[in-house]
Design a protein around this ligand. Structure first.
Ligand code: HEM
Ligand code: HEM
Length: 177
């Protein structure tokens, strides 16, 4: 595998930055929702959760533009067709959930009649308060992040499989490092 088979540096930086952000945001979401209301810093974590969540949403758009403008290295010719297809499917599922998860959080807050923080800025709400809709979006937002996490686990296992239990030329992790 030559260096030209690597992902462009911007795509690699985005991949690892957003990957860390998402794992951090899921951990924070899980932790903060388990805290008693009396814990003084509980809603500080909500603030950071929402801000970084919106950052992931903004970075997704930048990331797709970068991807569109980049040369994505083709998968090795010797890789079986079904593996290539599965890889592409999982990657687009990851993109889809990187969109739906923060969007559902954003809409939930909006429908709940809350402005959404973005660090020290505020993203003004765009809809009337609608508790019923907020409730439905809440039901969605407390589930789909864990679906995303499940897809990420499959994604990581696939990368490890190709690195340690496959031909050296199928080690796609090298392309992303
Ligand atoms: C990549 C982006 C995001 C991820 C991965 C994520 C993930 C999560 C997770 C795992 C939970 C805990 C669910 C539970 O166990 O009950 C959660 C809760 C929550 N998220 Fe997000 N979230 C993201 C973005 C956002 C955004 C953008 C907002 C709002 C602007 C938001 C608002 C909330 C709120 C308010 C809760 C708490 C709900 C409750 O109190 O029951 N999230 N999120
Ligand atoms: C939240 C965590 C993660 C997300 C959301 C994520 C998402 C993605 C996406 C969307 C792609 C497709 C890139 C493209 O457009 O071609 C990709 C590629 C890749 N990811 Fe991740 N990733 C995450 C974590 C990881 C981790 C922890 C590993 C390492 C074990 C990893 C290894 C790879 C590799 C090797 C590729 C390139 C596959 C190829 O060569 O075609 N990812 N990732």
């Amino acid at each position: 595998m030559s260096n030209s088979d690597k992902y462009p540096i911007l795509m690699r930086l985005m991949h690892w930055l957003v990957g860390l952000l998402i794992l951090g945001i899921i951990s924070a979401g899980w932790y903060m929702t388990g805290l008693e209301d009396s814990v003084s810093y509980k809603y500080d974590i909500y603030h950071w959760h929402k801000s970084f969540g919106m950052l992931v949403l903004f970075l997704l758009f930048a990331r797709l533009v970068i991807r569109w403008a980049s040369r994505v290295p083709p998968l090795p010719d010797t890789m079986p067709g079904y593996q290539k297809k599965l890889g592409v499917l999982v990657h687009w599922l990851l993109y889809l959930f990187m969109f739906l998860v923060p969007l559902s959080g954003f809409m939930m807050s909006n429908a709940g009649g809350r402005d959404v923080p973005f660090f020290n800025l505020t993203i003004p709400g765009f809809m009337e308060k609608n508790p019923e809709l907020a409730g439905r979006l809440h039901d969605i937002h407390v589930v789909i992040p864990y679906v995303l996490l499940g897809i990420v686990v499959v994604h990581i296992l696939a990368a490890l499989k190709h690195r340690y239990f496959d031909k050296p030329e199928h080690d796609v992790l090298r392309r992303m490092l």
